[in-house]
Design a protein around this ligand. Structure first.
Ligand code: HEC
Ligand SMILES: [Cu+2]
Length: 321
């Protein structure tokens, strides 16, 4: 078995760019970004040009000519140009702001996301499915994420899809967007939230409507009942090792003391530990034995299991589709 060491690269895909939008909200933001980049570059280039001209002029010790022209130039460049450029940028950003914060239309898919140190809970209220760190959305349909936090302030950002929206305890913020290109996009926590803030990734999978429905149906129908005696032994290990005090598995444990990712559909996820590790047997084993070694400061204690217990537990966890 391949147990990972501490210096593991993230398993989730690389983050996309704001300048490479895949939906209407992100297109608006990309348009504004380009506008500011172009305006800023032109102004900067012109200013540098004037500076160079001024220095050359002084180097030549050219006699001072008419200072009226110089004063008019300073007033124009220092007052009139900013008075045009700044309101233009302000107006454009207001227009974009209004555009991207419009309420979601009624046919939008509603999904709830709760931020925790250092992972995301994902709930699909219509189907009752609860999972973690991975959200599936249908392509070409508006999506509304209802965002809140269970502890500190987090912020969700999937650059090619939408701007950042904060997850604030005791408050619900919404993020509305649409993804027009199927694909897997990486999101991040964009608000420093503690020691493992940088390893709080979020995977967004945009897929055709039928595949999305199929995915949810599969999760809904999946059962946590063990099929083999090894899996049944694994379920006992899960209960004996107190995993159920934090983790919920449907029909097995309710979670409780400290909330942790719902494991009912663990095997359906591509990554574990908020995008940090690929969901493989070796990584699961390494994680369960020593989560602190992999993600120091994480809110899960290490576990002391012997080989047989670990094998049974892994067999059970891997059956949780
Ligand atoms: C004190 C609470 C607590 C206990 C007890 C606990 N865990 Fe966890 N576990 C967590 C938290 C919190 C996370 C999320 C860590 C993160 O990504 O930041 C987690 C993550 C995981 C994950 C990765 C899930 C995912 O989708 O990312 C697995 C698998 C897991 N735990 C298995 C177990 C097993 C098996 C046991 C018992 C041997 C156990 N845990 C005991 C708190 C706990
Ligand atoms: Cu965070």
């Amino acid at each position: 078995m391949d147990v990972p060491s501490a210096a593991v690269p993230l398993a989730a895909p690389v983050p996309g760019s704001v300048l490479d939008p895949v939906g209407p909200v992100a297109e608006q933001i990309a348009g504004l970004t380009w506008f500011m980049i172009v305006i800023g570059t032109l102004l900067w280039a012109a200013t540098v040009l004037f500076l160079v001209l001024a220095l050359r002029h002084r180097a030549r010790r050219a006699p001072r000519r008419n200072t009226r022209g110089a004063k008019a130039f300073i007033a124009g460049w220092g007052v009139v140009v900013p008075m045009i450029v700044l309101p233009a940028v302000f107006a454009y950003s207001l227009v974009v702001g209004v555009h991207i914060s419009r309420p979601a239309p009624p046919q939008a898919v509603d999904i709830e996301v709760v931020g925790y140190q250092f992972w995301w809970e994902v709930r699909y209220p219509d189907s009752g499915v609860v999972t973690a760190n991975e959200v599936h959305v249908p392509v070409g349909r508006p999506v509304r994420l209802r965002l809140t936090s269970a502890d500190v302030i987090h912020s969700l950002w999937v650059p090619p899809v939408s701007g950042k929206v904060d997850l604030v305890p005791g408050r619900e913020n919404t993020m509305t967007f649409q993804v027009d290109e199927p694909g897997t996009y990486l999101g991040e926590c964009a608000e420093f939230c503690g020691i493992q803030h940088a390893r709080m990734q979020f995977v967004l999978v945009a897929q055709p409507e039928e595949e999305f429905e199929e995915h949810l149906r599969t999760l809904q129908l999946a059962s946590s009942r063990p099929d083999t005696s090894l899996e049944a032994a694994g379920r006992e290990v899960f209960l004996a090792a107190s995993c159920g005090e934090c983790h919920r598995i449907e029909d097995v444990s309710g979670g409780g003391v400290a909330p942790a990712p719902d494991l009912t559909h663990l095997a359906s996820r591509d990554t574990i530990a908020a995008g940090m590790l690929e969901n493989t047997r070796g990584n699961l084993a390494g994680w369960i034995l020593d989560p602190q070694g992999l993600k120091p400061g994480v809110r899960m204690p290490p576990n002391n299991l012997d080989g047989d217990e670990l094998q049974a537990l892994l067999a059970y966890l891997e059956s949780l589709e």
